[in-house]
Ligand binder design. Structure first.
Ligand code: F6R
Length: 364
């Protein structure tokens, strides 16, 4: 049931601290100890390349994972949407690892891509939420998310649980590749363990986000900008807004704005900037200022330090807790989801059952 929430989507957004903790618990033996995957005999040290394939929101979780696997484990990652992967004659090295991400475990394109990869001699890892699904059955390495049933068509808690599993996998891969000292590994595990509380802290900004949503609801177009893993979050934010509020939205890598999309900017286009403080912060802020110089209305989502450093030229600022880069995507997912949710409610759309969409896409 929806409990005392107005929609399943809101209930599922609020479940995230619990289900992310639940998911992490099955991957972390003890929070101060090493990470253990459910199938420890699976040898990660021999992996030379990972091919990640998924659709929609699950694809954006894969995109975050690409940044993590490359940064922490120095393992090269190929990333595709399933409908492209199947038909582009991908070159796959014998014995490589192909990783499929799916809430339902039944998405037709992802399942067909999985079977194609198996036929090409790949080991098959699956991050999946439905344990009885086709993809779960066909995995060599099954990495379950423990989000519980997701009813809202727009994926929320399944996404953050996918990120939790992928973060644990990134740390495990980094460790198997000899990229982490024991102390560094413990540090990463400790930060991962902080994710549920940080998500909870992000949820506390719900009312503020609802106020921002009132200002976005009248827009015809909305842009989302981010760098690194927050570029994936920008794409996810735009997808969420499109699918439940029917407002046209696009996500861009912040540095790409000047190569075309900045031509769209005027006073009528809200621009949501996702910019946790860190090495990329100044770069994103300068992209934000380029938008502001053209009359763009910026909503900045950052942490306290970032908000303090960015000046007050924004129409709204949403303060996130300051967290380690490994868990920032799990935290920044929350304002992105809540913003889409409240805009949709303000517009009066059917939030849990948006038009033209099905929960599980079992056709090509
Ligand atoms: C967006 C959404 C879809 C799914 C996509 C893949 O909110 O829910 O984009 O993420 O259809 O579905 P799964 O993860 O079941 O393979």
């Amino acid at each position: 049931s929806k409990g005392n929430h107005r929609h399943y989507m809101l209930k599922e957004i609020y479940e995230q601290p619990i289900v992310v903790a639940q998911t992490l618990r099955s991957y972390l033996k003890r929070l101060d100890e090493e990470i253990s995957l459910p199938i420890p005999e699976f040898d990660l040290s021999s992996i030379r390349r990972v091919t990640i394939v998924a659709c929609g929101t699950s694809f954006y979780a894969g995109m975050v994972a690409k940044y993590w696997f490359e940064q922490f484990a120095r393992v090269p990652v190929d990333l595709d949407v399933a409908s492209e992967f199947r038909y582009r004659a991908p070159v796959l090295e014998e014995g490589g690892l192909a990783l499929f991400i799916s809430q339902s475990g039944e998405t037709a394109d992802t399942l067909a891509a999985l079977r194609h990869a198996r036929a090409e001699g790949q080991k098959i890892a699956v991050v999946v939420n439905v344990p009885t699904s086709s993809m779960a059955r066909e995995a060599d390495l099954l990495l379950p998310t423990h989000a519980g049933p997701e009813i809202g068509v727009a994926s929320t808690k399944a996404f953050t649980c996918q990120l939790a599993v992928l973060a644990a996998l990134a740390a495990n891969l980094a460790q198997a590749k000899g990229r982490l000292t024991r102390a560094e590994e413990r540090e990463l595990v400790r930060h991962l363990g902080e994710a549920p509380a940080a998500i909870n802290a992000a949820l506390a900004y719900d009312e503020e986000i609802q106020l921002v949503a009132q200002r976005i609801a009248a827009a015809r177009d909305v842009l989302y900008l981010g760098r690194g893993p927050d570029y994936a979050l920008a794409l996810e934010g735009a997808l969420k807004l499109k699918e439940i509020s029917y407002i046209h939205a696009e996500g861009y890598a912040a540095g790409e704005m000047k190569h075309g999309p900045i031509a769209l900017i005027d006073e009528a286009v809200p621009v949501i900037v996702l910019a946790p403080s860190g090495p990329l912060f100044d770069k994103t802020v300068s992209n934000m200022q380029e938008v502001q110089a053209r009359g763009g209305k910026v909503v900045l989502i950052s942490d306290y330090d970032g908000i303090a450093a960015a000046g007050d030229d924004c129409i709204a600022r949403i303060t996130m807790p300051k967290v380690h880069p490994l868990i920032a995507p799990l935290v920044y997912a929350v304002p992105v989801q809540l913003l889409a949710y409240h805009v949709a409610v303000a517009k009066g759309t059917d939030v849990d059952q948006p038009r033209n969409l099905a929960k599980s896409v079992t056709v090509e």
